[in-house]
Structure formats: structure tokens, C-alpha cells
Design a protein around this ligand. Structure first.
Ligand code: AFP
Length: 353
């Protein structure tokens, strides 16, 4: 069927008609940025931009040339349209000010231009993640305007640059997947109204950090690894791609639980993943698809940010498993997961030695 399929533009215009029609135009600019990044990533080593940019980004991580170019793609495609009061990026320490020769609007675009970029040199799927907020007044956005809890997001999405390039989007009316038709250059609606199965037998975590995890996470993962010989009574499968976009995409397609928990490897860091442009957009997409997204001790979308590049623990995916792991955190915090030991037998023996 060549014609009549729903394109991203048609979907966005229909879904944002009225109050947020300007946001629709912004989403079409984001899609244009994503197409440019897809073309660049798809060239691989032929792009001539593999390797390090010989710089360290605000995260203290080595910046790759392709990180810089992906960031440029978002800024150049989105700065001119008149919908934005400002932008914030994983690659920029401070918010990006819309140049004064462009009109400003009331939306805020927050993004990780190339997530999983350490995988780009080894040809593993990477992605871009974005989130849209709004402010009540026009004019240049200041840092506090971005520090809004995730439940205030108006839209969220990611692009995954895999064998196919897909854009997965929510504007608050479910989570929907679009596949890039390279011949026409259109994103075509291929996965309407995605639903995450409530139950799963597949977990994703970097188990090399196991010794640093908190006990409830060690308990949960230990039960998954014990499989049918343990209390869960069923075998589990494990995945770890080290590209959050690819993990979340797999979970949206077939269920699963993704964990990047707090670990004490670096006690100064409450987690690896960033709240504003990784956890919040992914949490909105997952919840809109019927899943759950938690820090282990609370809903991610209710966390009030206090810094632009704030990190936090991330547990998301099939609702039953996320809720089980939240229960394990609660039992740990209240001591309910440890057998009650009577004071008579706690520290001292009845028989003095
Ligand atoms: P990079 O963007 O530096 O490759 O990090 C990717 C990421 O933020 C996220 O996409 C992965 O889930 C996670 O880090 C992988 O972390 P580990 O390398 O510690 O497994």
C-alpha cells in the first residue's frame, strides 16, 4: 500500500490541533533533526566522524564527534521555528538561549542528542531522547523553567537508530511508533497504541555492578537468576545492550524490566541516568504504554528536579515486576525483609560465654 498511510506529520497535526498546534510544528522539526542524525549514524565509519571529539562534556564523559554533531542537529533544526523559549541538552552545561534574531515561543525542548554513543563505534543501536515542557510566559527561558517534574511533560519521545530508524512518541494520548521510510523520507505509523505486557520473564541490568547494589535490588536479581529453582518458580532471561533507548524499545515491543539502580560504586552519584532528558521522557512513554517507572522508592514522574543534569535510579517496564521491586525496597527500608530477632537473642547469648 503506497498511499494513505498515516505519516508522523499527519498524526502530530491531528493530535496537537488547537491549544498545542505550535508544539506539533516543533515535533516536526525534531523529526527532521532525527532524520539527519539517522543519515549520519547510518554511514558508520564512512561518515568520517567516528572517534573522540577530544573534549569532556558536562557529564565528565569523553565527548565523541558524533555527540557534537547530533547536538548541533537538534539546535539548528529547532532554534528558528518560533515555538521555543529555550533548550537544554545533555551536551550543554547551561540551557541554550534562542538567538535573538529568531522569534520565541513558550515550549522547552530537553534532549539527549545521542544516547548510548559509546556503542556507535561498535555499530550497536543508539538513539536520541527528547522531552517537551511548556512555560506560562514567553521570553527567554531560565534554568528554573526546566526544573519541572516529569508529570508536567506535554510530549516525550525517542529515535532508535537500529536496522530500521524508528521514532516513538507520546503527546499524552498513548505511545505510538513510527518507522522511517527511507524512500519517501516519511515516518510512517507502524506501531499505534503500544502496550507493555504487565508480566515479564526478561530483565535488563549491568550485573557487573552487582556488588554495589542496594539489598532489595540484589534480592530481586538473585531471584531472577535462581529461576525455576528459586522462589519465582520460573526461569528468566537477561539482556544488557548498554543503550537505554534500545532497552526501552525492546520493553515497549515485548515487555521486560530495565534497571539502572543506585549503587555505592560512586556514592556521590545517586544513579547513572539523568532525570530531565533520559528518565522523564522514557517514564512518560512507558506509563502511556501501561508500564511503570520508578526510582524504587517513588514514581519517576513525580521527582522535582533540583539540577539540570541531575541523576537518579531508574527502574521501568512491565508493571508487575516494577511493583515487586518497589515492594522489596519498602520491605528493606522498613526492615520487613529481615526476620525479626527477639532482643533476648539479638546481640547477647543467654549463656554468658
Ligand atoms: P553513553 O551514552 O555514555 O554510551 O551511556 C549510555 C547510558 O547512559 C545508557 O544509554 C545505558 O543504559 C547506560 O549508560 C549503560 O551504562 P553502563 O555502560 O554502565 O552499562
Amino acid at each position: 500500500m503506497l498511499f494513505g498511510r498515516t505519516t508522523l506529520s499527519k498524526f502530530v497535526i491531528e493530535q496537537t490541533r488547537g491549544q498545542h498546534s505550535e508544539m506539533g510544528a516543533l515535533l516536526i522539526d525534531v523529526a527532521a533533526a532525527v532524520k539527519g542524525i539517522s543519515a549520519l549514524v547510518g554511514k558508520g565509519a564512512l561518515s568520517g566522524v567516528a572517534g573522540s571529539a577530544a573534549a569532556i562534556n558536562v557529564q565528565g564523559e569523553e565527548q565523541k564527534k558524533i555527540d557534537v554533531l547530533a547536538n548541533e542537529a537538534f539546535l539548528r533544526h529547532c532554534e528558528w521555528g518560533g515555538q521555543l523559549a529555550g533548550m537544554a541538552s545533555e551536551e550543554l552545561e547551561e540551557p541554550f538561549r534562542i538567538p535573538d534574531d529568531y522569534p520565541r515561543g513558550r515550549y522547552l525542548l530537553v534532549f539527549d542528542p545521542l544516547d548510548g554513543s559509546s556503542n556507535s563505534d561498535v555499530n550497536v543501536s543508539v538513539g536520541s531522547i527528547f522531552s517537551i515542557l511548556a512555560r506560562s510566559t514567553a521570553g527567554a527561558a531560565q534554568k528554573p523553567d526546566f526544573l519541572r517534574p516529569g508529570h508536567e511533560q506535554l510530549a516525550a519521545g525517542y529515535a532508535i537508530y537500529g536496522p530500521a530508524t524508528m521514532l516513538v512518541l507520546t503527546v499524552g494520548t498513548g505511545t505510538h511508533g513510527f518507522t522511517l521510510d527511507r524512500e519517501s523520507g516519511n515516518f510512517i505509523l507502524t506501531h499505534p497504541a503500544i502496550r507493555i505486557p504487565a508480566a515479564t520473564r526478561e530483565f535488563a541490568i549491568n550485573t557487573s555492578n552487582e556488588r554495589f547494589w542496594e539489598p532489595p535490588v540484589q534480592r530481586y536479581v538473585g531471584e531472577c537468576k535462581a529461576g525455576s529453582s528459586g522462589i519465582r518458580g520460573v526461569d528468566f532471561n537477561m539482556r544488557w545492550i548498554a543503550s537505554m533507548v534500545a532497552e526501552v524499545h525492546r520493553i515497549l515491543m515485548r515487555g521486560g524490566i530495565f534497571m539502572y539502580p543506585r549503587d555505592n560504586k560512586d556514592p556521590a552519584k545517586p544513579g547513572r541516568l539523568r532525570l530531565l532528558y533520559e528518565a522523564n521522557p522514557m517514564a512518560m512513554l512507558v506509563e502511556q504504554a501501561g508500564g511503570a517507572a520508578s526510582t524504587g522508592r517513588g514514581r519517576i514522574l513525580d521527582v522535582v528536579p533540583d539540577a539540570l543534569h541531575q541523576r537518579l535510579p531508574v527502574i521501568l517496564g512491565s508493571r508487575e515486576e516494577v511493583e515487586r521491586l518497589e515492594r522489596y525496597h519498602h520491605e528493606y527500608d522498613t526492615g520487613a525483609d529481615r526476620p525479626f530477632v527477639s532482643p533476648l537473642f539479638a546481640e547477647r547469648s543467654l549463656f554468658r560465654d
